[in-house]
Ligand binder design. Structure first.
Ligand SMILES: Cc1cc2nc3c(=O)[nH]c(=O)nc-3n(C[C@H](O)[C@H](O)[C@H](O)COP(=O)(O)OP(=O)(O)OC[C@H]3O[C@@H](n4cnc5c(N)ncnc54)[C@H](O)[C@@H]3O)c2cc1C
Ligand SMILES: *[C@@H]1O[C@H](CO)[C@@H](O)[C@H](O)[C@H]1NC(C)=O
Ligand SMILES: *[C@@H]1O[C@H](CO)[C@@H](O)[C@H](O)[C@H]1NC(C)=O
Ligand SMILES: *[C@@H]1O[C@H](CO)[C@@H](O)[C@H](O)[C@H]1NC(C)=O
Ligand SMILES: *[C@@H]1O[C@H](CO)[C@@H](O)[C@H](O)[C@H]1NC(C)=O
Ligand SMILES: *[C@@H]1O[C@H](CO)[C@@H](O)[C@H](O)[C@H]1NC(C)=O
Ligand SMILES: *[C@@H]1O[C@H](CO)[C@@H](O)[C@H](O)[C@H]1NC(C)=O
Length: 551
């Protein structure tokens, strides 16, 4: 294969004599055969160094692997690495990758923006299963059509790039997707995609009108040719189960030319616990133009030197101007004590930077770099849905635990509005009416070692147990985009037990899990697209009868 040939040509004669037999012996490796097969299935020959990255070239391999990978915990040396990274340059390359991967019996890991919480787009929990990484970062074109109130977006584009391109065409159009601007629109939309306009317009998946996907046979399908079952499944059934998405067609939503952002911090000493209890009572009932989330972390106390305290930061986006916001707040949530000086008027695109936590010196053009502003960390996270406000004594129990951890973090997102108006079965994302708040629990650290990881895993698992009585039950719901392998894993060698799959499947999808299994069985009967928490097929479920689970 060309890489071997190039390598041979570039090496000295002496070294060639020693190394040639090794290279030749390697030339039948799975990655070589994959490369040959992909070239055979595409019209033009793909220049190797432009699109393929092998561990033989350690530095480019590592930088390509690390490029968009967000969770450093999933990049540590002990984590399985791909045999090869392929970065398709056009859609037909993705088709070839699926056909060849299937033919050679090697698994694919599919990556758009690399923000998967368990790194399932670039590593594996099972060492013995080799895989090739298909990194879609080169497929990132965005075509906004204000006339048609829509945008076609290739999966490798980040949320921030999409927002920016929309804002370049119009100050009064937007799209309701995530708060973090470096998310890949590909993986992000597959699991739901919530953001600061969810109360007004619902999730990203609620505003997708078409898609292009490469299915398990290598065909490219759009909404019309895939049919409504598969189109339903890909809008919330999470990534890596049904095929390789190439692009989404998004429906734009109206936004005012001026919106208002605000930030109000409260520590425990400032009655933070009481206020958070009050916020839980009102957050889902506020005016639909208003989104107030709470970011929770620990900080040094300013009143008592040497003491730590919990800081709750109320961060808001209001789809309107300051004067109306202040009237709404006075009527609906006066306890926060919001004043004019906490508020800032801005354009919608500036609000995307504001809510993502960028300093005000960062300009919207930064979004075109498609990378996060924050430094990467090692992290572990979990999610919960709240149906009744968590009582103050339980909040105090949470603070007690937070104060024992190095860098705990939690984000509480308000529900209500459009989220309550969409039926649980409208998309695979089932967490709709009756939920007041979605919580994310997170802990982060910097050291690479297993001992440190174990300590932080222990902390978050204990917190998760402690919170159990105060959150949704039967099932305890979880957000599929906040992937958590503690909830259970498939046997990715093949058969998966129904009982095991339903442990995580019911939490992420509730009764939609059944329809997801049926769609999966129809479109990928061989269960080619699989990972630790991919939707299983009926055939691959080794015990029980699917109907039993849902009756
Ligand atoms: C810092 C941070 C902030 C976040 N903020 C939010 C937020 O505000 N709102 C929210 O809803 N979520 C948020 N998330 C979660 C995020 O939505 C998910 O992690 C999402 O899956 C990321 O998509 P990606 O393309 O970046 O990830 P990837 O790691 O590339 O992919 C995630 C999953 O989707 C699969 N996949 C990726 N691309 C494709 C494709 N083209 N076809 C088929 N399958 C594919 C992967 O195999 C993997 O299983 C956040 C995550 C992080 C790390
Ligand atoms: C590794 O890849 C880079 C970029 O393609 C290339 O410049 C370099 O020559 C390669 N090194 C080797 C040893 O092949
Ligand atoms: C955007 O338009 C260009 C030019 O017509 C096209 O090549 C590209 O594929 C389009 N992208 C999407 C995501 O539709
Ligand atoms: C906290 O609440 C108590 C009792 O409701 C009140 O007396 C006190 O002034 C409040 N403190 C602050 C900083 O708001
Ligand atoms: C918090 O306090 C600790 C110990 O008193 C100190 O080492 C640390 O620098 C402080 N952190 C900040 C952000 O001030
Ligand atoms: C990221 O890390 C670098 C190097 O440690 C540091 O200089 C920079 O300030 C950090 N950036 C942020 C946003 O924390
Ligand atoms: C899974 O189990 C079913 C039923 O026992 C069996 O028919 C099938 O061949 C198994 N598949 C694999 C991959 O082992």
């Amino acid at each position: 294969m060309p890489s071997s040939i190039q390598l041979i040509l570039s090496l000295s004669t002496v070294f060639l004599i020693i190394s040639a037999p090794i290279i030749l012996a390697n030339s039948d490796s799975i990655e070589d055969r994959f490369y040959q097969c992909v070239n055979l299935h595409t019209d033009l020959s793909i220049p190797f160094p432009k699109a393929f990255f092998t561990p033989k070239n350690a530095s480019t391999f590592a930088s390509t692997l690390e490029s968009t990978a967000q969770n450093l915990r999933c990049l540590v040396p002990s984590k399985p690495k791909p045999k090869l990274i392929f970065k398709p340059l056009q859609e037909s390359h993705v088709q070839a990758a699926v056909i060849c991967g299937k033919e050679l019996g090697i698994q694919l890991r599919i990556r758009s923006g690399g923000h998967d919480y368990e790194g399932m787009s670039y590593t594996s929990a099972t060492k013995s299963v080799p895989f090739i990484l298909i990194d879609l970062a080169n497929l990132r074109s965005i075509n906004v059509s204000i006339d048609q109130n829509s945008a076609w977006v290739e999966v490798g584009a980040t949320v921030g790039e999409v927002f920016y391109r929309i804002s370049q065409q119009s100050k009064t159009h937007g799209f309701p997707a995530g708060l973090c601007t470096s998310l890949g629109i590909g993986g992000h939309i597959t699991g739901g995609a919530y953001g600061p306009m969810m109360r007004k317009y619902g999730l990203g998946v609620d505003n997708v009108v078409d898609a292009r996907i490469v299915d398990a046979t290598g065909r490219i399908l759009d909404r019309e040719s895939m049919g409504e079952d598969l189109f339903w499944a890909i809008r919330g059934g999470a990534g890596g189960s049904f095929g390789v998405l190439l692009a989404w067609k998004l429906r734009l939503v109206p936004v005012p030319s001026i919106v208002t952002g605000f930030t109000v911090p409260k520590t425990l000493e400032q009655n933070g616990t009481k206020l958070l209890y009050r916020w839980q009572q009102v957050a889902d009932k506020l005016d639909e133009d208003l989104f107030i989330r709470v970011l929770i972390q620990t900080v040094n106390s300013s009143s008592e030197p040497g003491k730590r305290t919990v800081l709750t930061v109320y961060q808001g986006l209001f789809l309107g101007r300051i004067d109306r916001l202040l009237r709404v707040m006075k009527r609906e949530f006066p306890e926060l004590g919001l004043t004019q000086k906490d508020c800032k008027e801005m354009s919608w695109i500036e609000s995307a930077l504001y809510i993502a936590g960028y300093p005000s010196t960062v300009r919207p053009e930064f979004l075109l770099q498609g990378k996060p502003f924050m430094n990467k960390t090692h992290f572990k996270a979990k999610s919960d849905f709240v149906t009744e406000p968590i009582p103050e004594h339980a909040l105090e129990g949470i603070w007690e635990r937070f104060l024992k951890e190095d860098a705990p973090f939690s984000i509480w997102n308000p529900y209500g509005g459009m989220m309550s108006k969409i039926a649980e079965s409208a998309t695979p994302f089932p967490h709709r009416k009756g939920r007041k708040i979605m919580i994310q629990w997170l802990t982060a650290w910097q050291a690479d070692d297993a001992k440190t990881e174990k300590k932080h895993f222990g902390w978050i698992r204990e917190l998760y147990e402690f919170v159990a009585p105060y959150v949704s039950k039967n099932p305890r719901e979880a957000y599929a985009n906040y992937k958590d392998l503690d909830l259970g894993m498939n046997n990715i060698h093949g058969n998966t037990s129904l009982m095991k799959a339903s442990l995580w499947g019911m939490k992420y999808f509730k009764n939609n899990f059944k329809r997801l299994i049926l769609v999966k069985t129809k479109y990928d009967p061989d269960n080619y697209f699989r990972h630790e928490q991919s939707i299983p097929t009926l055939h691959s479920l080794s015990e029980g009868n699917v109907n039993k689970l849902f009756n």
